[in-house]
Design a protein. Structure first.
Length: 118
């Protein structure tokens, strides 16, 4: 299973970005998907997650109301729409996949850099 994340970049405070993650191999429709981020000098943290069917969505408190996760099973892709970006959102963002039988995210993409300038 391979995950390819893209869409990061440099944006000013208050701006928006949309991250995409395309998954190849495996059975995408059976995976819960998530987005995580890691800022310099900090541990990786959960940002958002979506169930395999898209009916259940979770957000970290720090991004609620600003970020939106979605998925398109036909395109084997998961997205993260990020609005009202803040400098503290600067990090490398990773997409991850979790099989139904697992309690852990087992599949990880390579990460895409998001930098929010003040």
């Amino acid at each position: 299973v391979q995950l390819q994340a893209y869409g990061g970049g440099l944006v000013q405070t208050g701006g928006s970005l949309r991250l995409s993650c395309v998954v190849s191999g495996g059975t995408f429709g059976s995976y819960a998907m998530g987005w995580f981020r890691q800022a310099p000098g900090k541990e990786r943290e959960f940002v958002a997650g979506i169930s395999w069917g898209g009916s259940t969505i979770y957000y970290a408190d720090s991004v609620k109301g600003r970020f939106a996760i979605s998925r398109d099973n036909a395109k084997t892709a998961v997205y993260l729409q990020m609005n009202s970006l803040k400098p503290e959102d600067t990090a490398v963002y990773y997409c991850a996949g979790q099989r139904r039988s697992s309690t852990l995210y087992e599949y990880w993409g390579q990460g895409t850099q998001v930098t929010v300038s003040s």
